[in-house]
Design a protein around this ligand. Structure first.
Ligand code: ZN
Ligand code: ZN
Length: 367
């Protein structure tokens, strides 16, 4: 797959949903957790070639990680060998989205629920989740905040007799044949609720998924200094892709093959920040984004990770091409909008390359 090209934006359809996502699994990316020896160092996504076609993504076995599209918020559902776990639960207004998604998957029980930290975009609908699927264990960090949203979560837990469990570093919990380990928070972060985020690594077979909530640079530095193994195949990018997270040393230590950014379309914070996207690109990490792709699903059999959708090109394309008329446009040119999907391609690179390839500049946007 040529990584600097992609189809027309939106062609995947926002909210195409997990059924489509899973149905696409076999048509799309199949990549090994461990790149094969001598693979040349590129974080390659290979086309599925029949290996694994005997299994079904709908099977009760295996791990599915659903990064729900809840706008400018986080909500991740893990289903491992039939057991479910929720990490964060969107904003208050996302309760129906989350409930319907879980109902749609036929989730009857949630074994663990994790509210990474008490900001609304992480615990907003946790009261709804706890009310319908009271977890065996509800994790919240050892920090309080004086908001109705936070009190609602405590109230829902009390109503359902769900005790609050505080994260203990190094503690491990089983979910199906997988397990997760608590890596953070490592210390008292005072008023910085983001740094209080519960950090955990989920392991299934050879595959690791790292979740850091909104942990920022200070918490990341503490994680790096803790001597814990931070490496992961999939990294849910900290703090919705903010430049206050994913510091260089931390990214180096995680060394992911894939990154998922959960953020809202045109959000007020400008997430993901270009510094983060650039750092991920430079590290040759393949990126998925809920703002561009809707809900993103990773499926893991313990050896390979397959995605329900192709990774995005993280940076704005330099040019948009009409492969039929051999014209190139600025990305914001009205003429670029009218290109038929089959002839539309995005291009990252030098203008000179296009001219050499026989492309001519659009007369109206003069790229
Ligand atoms: Zn957040
Ligand atoms: Zn936060």
């Amino acid at each position: 797959m040529e990584m600097f090209w992609r189809g027309r934006p939106g062609a995947q359809g926002r909210g195409a949903g997990w059924i489509l996502a899973l149905a696409l699994v076999f048509a799309l990316a199949l990549a090994s957790c461990q790149p094969p020896a001598g693979a040349g160092g590129t974080a390659g996504t290979e086309a599925a070639s029949g290996s694994g076609s005997g299994e079904t993504a709908f099977s009760e076995e295996g791990l599915a990680v659903h990064f729900l599209d809840v706008g400018q918020a986080d909500c991740t559902l893990l289903v491992c060998d039939g057991e479910a776990m929720v990490i964060d639960a969107g904003n208050n207004e996302d309760a129906n989205t989350i409930k319907n998604y879980l109902y749609g998957l036929g989730i009857e029980e949630v074994k663990y629920a994790v509210g990474t930290h008490p900001h609304e975009d992480h615990i907003g609908s946790m009261d709804a989740v706890v009310g319908i699927w009271p977890p065996e264990t509800l994790f919240l960090p050892q920090v309080e905040t004086d908001t109705k949203t936070f009190r609602d979560v405590l109230h829902a837990a009390e109503e359902k007799d769900v005790p609050i469990t505080r994260p203990v570093i190094g503690q491990t919990y089983q979910l199906g044949g997988g397990r997760f380990t608590i890596l953070g928070p490592l210390t008292d972060y005072g008023d910085n609720l983001n740094d209080w985020s519960i950090v955990l690594k989920f392991t299934y077979g050879d595959c690791d998924f790292l979740f850091t909530g909104d942990a920022e640079a200070d918490a990341e530095a503490d994680l790096c200094g803790s001597g814990q193994d931070l490496s992961a195949d999939v990294y849910q990018v900290g703090h919705h892709g903010s430049s206050s997270s994913t510091s260089p040393e931390f990214l180096d230590r995680v060394d992911p093959e894939y990154a998922v950014i959960s953020c809202g379309v045109d959000n007020d914070y400008g997430h993901p920040h270009w510094e983060t996207l650039e750092a991920l690109e430079e590290a040759e990490v393949e990126i998925f984004r809920t703002d561009e792709q809707g809900t993103v699903v990773a499926y893991c059999d313990g050896e390979t990770i397959q995605w329900g959708t192709a990774p995005v090109v993280s940076l704005e394309p330099d040019y948009v091409l009409n492969t039929r008329s051999r014209k190139f446009h600025r990305p914001d040119c009205a003429g670029a909008e009218d290109i038929a999907p089959g002839n539309y391609q995005e291009f990252q690179g030098d203008r000179q390359e296009l001219l050499q390839d026989g492309y001519s500049p659009c007369g109206s946007c003069n790229p």
